[in-house]
Design a protein around this ligand. Structure first.
Ligand code: NDP
Length: 329
């Protein structure tokens, strides 16, 4: 079995030496377990948090343990009724090729509905994050202006397209001309701002009526530029602040007096709190948008599990273009 372990906790940005790649025997399923061979591994920003032992909403990965992660794969052997060899399953099996797990951790999917890797992205945890955050916090109304940071990424692409379907004007923020072109031409956002350029001037031009919903994925300079442009009663969906995940001390934030004056709603959420019981409803809705041609998505597929550490290091620097997944050889 090929496994990637956490060797030590990163100081600042992770480096290759923080991981260890090992070959171990393929696990033998115990009674009541299912042996799964992973075909795709999802790489996600939250994994940076799991590498750290700072206080968080979830326990860290132990030193020497397999890195945590969602995978999609195939049942190889099963001692559990309802799971047969050849079944396609999703689950949190970590950065490894084989895993033997209890059925409570398995989610069976129909491989005919969409390509398998999509169930880790647009139809997976990131897509569900977008849907839950908009339903519960963003609540965009037709005609409102919605701004989405990390717009070409896994969560951002779904946020913007759902908001467009609901009749909003959607402005993305992304790094570089290629990503911005994808966001407007393929995803169909109304405009896209390059965060490497003059944020203030570009935001003024793209959002002449201010901002009603801001989807926060990055923090840092982008947040500081967007915040003063929020309208009265705007909603700020606090999904993540990836630009600050490698920082060793907190960055300065905006002054919050305008939250009072403008009656802002600033709310954070974690998708796993309330998301998974609503997964069937989300999946049905998004499959419908796919079938009607209103939902595009882009994946950045890295070949080979051994490449996962380097790909993950790149994710925290914006080197991915679309949902980052590893195709396990
Ligand atoms: P993405 O696919 O969007 O990839 C990360 C992107 O973040 C990069 O491509 C890059 O895009 C941008 N980025 C990285 N570093 C920086 C930086 N220093 N400054 C500005 N932008 C940067 O990742 P996801 O869609 O998976 O995640 C997006 C956010 O959502 C993250 O903050 C993540 O933690 C959060 N999240 C939260 C969840 C929750 O339950 N609250 C669940 C899932 C995700 P670009 O080149 O365009 O800048």
């Amino acid at each position: 079995n090929l496994q990637i372990l956490l060797r030590r906790r990163p100081q600042g940005a992770p480096v290759a030496e923080d991981f260890e790649i090992v070959e171990t025997p393929v696990p033998q399923p115990k009674p009541g377990e299912v042996l799964v061979r992973a075909q795709y591994l999802s790489l996600d920003p939250y994994m940076r948090g799991r590498m750290s032992d700072a206080k968080s909403y979830s326990a860290p990965v132990a030193i020497g343990a397999v890195m945590e992660g969602q995978t999609a794969g195939e049942v190889v052997a099963s001692d559990v009724p309802g799971f047969a060899p050849g079944d396609t399953v999703l689950g949190g099996f970590g950065w490894q090729r084989y895993s033997s797990v209890a059925p409570g951790r398995l989610f069976k999917i129909d491989p005919g509905e969409a390509p398998l890797s999509a169930s880790l992205g647009v139809l997976g945890m990131p897509g569900l994050t977008a849907w839950v955050g908009l339903e519960d916090i963003g609540q965009p109304k037709p005609g409102e202006t919605v701004v989405v940071s990390a717009a070409s990424g896994a969560v951002g692409q779904v946020v913007g397209q759902i908001a467009r379907i609901r009749g909003c004007k959607v402005v993305g923020i992304a790094g570089g001309a290629k990503k911005c072109e994808f966001v407007t031409e393929v995803l169909g956002f109304d405009a896209c701002i390059d965060h490497r350029g003059d944020l203030d001037a570009q935001l003024d031009a793209a959002c002449p009526n201010g901002i009603d919903v801001y989807w926060e994925n990055v923090g840092g300079a982008v947040q500081r530029a967007v915040f003063p442009r929020l309208n009265d009663h705007a909603r700020m969906v606090m999904c993540g602040m990836i630009a600050e995940y490698n920082d060793t001390s907190p960055a300065p934030g905006p002054n919050l007096m305008s939250a009072v004056r403008k009656r802002l709603r600033i709310q954070g959420f974690i998708v796993s709190d309330s998301g998974w019981p609503r997964y069937p409803q989300f999946r049905t809705e998004l499959l419908g948008h796919m079938a009607s041609g209103r939902l595009a998505w882009r994946e950045d597929v890295v070949e080979g599990l051994r490449q996962a550490p380097q790909a993950f290091i790149g994710l925290l620097k914006g080197e991915n273009f679309g949902k980052l997944v590893v195709k396990i050889d």
